[in-house]
Design a protein around this ligand. Structure first.
Ligand SMILES: Nc1ccn([C@H]2C[C@H](O)[C@@H](COP(=O)(O)OP(=O)(O)OP(=O)(O)O)O2)c(=O)n1
Length: 163
């Protein structure tokens, strides 16, 4: 990573997925909108908002879309933030009404991704994991090990947990 790339890296403000879940849930309840927030409607709304985010990029030259979007004006970056927020809000709400613990699912998926794409084998290559045929068995074993470890930790946590 060069200096220009490093200087673009910013941290997000603190916000948990649980807080987002609770706030969009209250927003819907206060408006009696649970009736509209069905899994299908929310998935369609999510895809629609992805399209709105895509509209911001479409037809622009590659030179304007370098990482960090250096040529974007403040209002354009704010607009992008609004559309990405809509995507996140509908995604979290969709997970909620589908009974998916999105925070847990994300942590689990990150672990699976790491097992499928070992850094030492994949660094600098964008191949799909299936290209690493010789690694598949090892990745599967690593995923199984991670699951067994998580289960063991879970049991330990439960048995040692408070009331
Ligand atoms: N039935 C609805 C309607 C809206 N929202 C919330 C979630 C989104 O964050 C935002 C979406 O609002 P709009 O449909 O008005 O979409 P935009 O904010 O993108 O407005 P526009 O389409 O004018 O750009 O409001 C919601 O939860 N449920």
């Amino acid at each position: 990573m060069n200096d220009a790339q490093a200087s673009r890296n910013t941290r997000f403000s603190e916000l948990s997925l649980e807080e987002v879940r609770a706030r969009i849930s209250s927003f819907a309840e206060e408006r009696d909108w649970r009736q509209y927030h069905t899994p299908r409607n929310l998935l369609l709304a999510l895809v629609g908002e992805v399209g709105e985010a895509a509209e911001i990029f479409q037809w622009r030259p590659d030179s304007e879309l370098a990482p960090g979007l250096p040529s974007f004006e403040a209002r354009e970056r704010e607009h992008l933030g609004e559309e990405l927020s809509d995507v996140l809000l509908y995604l979290v709400r969709l997970a909620d009404v589908c009974g998916v613990d999105l925070a847990a699912a994300v942590v689990d998926k990150l672990g699976k991704n790491a097992a499928k794409y070992p850094a030492d084998k994949c660094r600098g290559r964008a191949d799909k994991y299936s290209a690493y045929v010789e690694l598949k068995a090892a990745a599967k074993q690593a995923a199984a090990d991670a699951e067994a470890e998580a289960k063991a930790g879970d049991k330990g946590g439960r048995s040692g947990g408070a009331a």
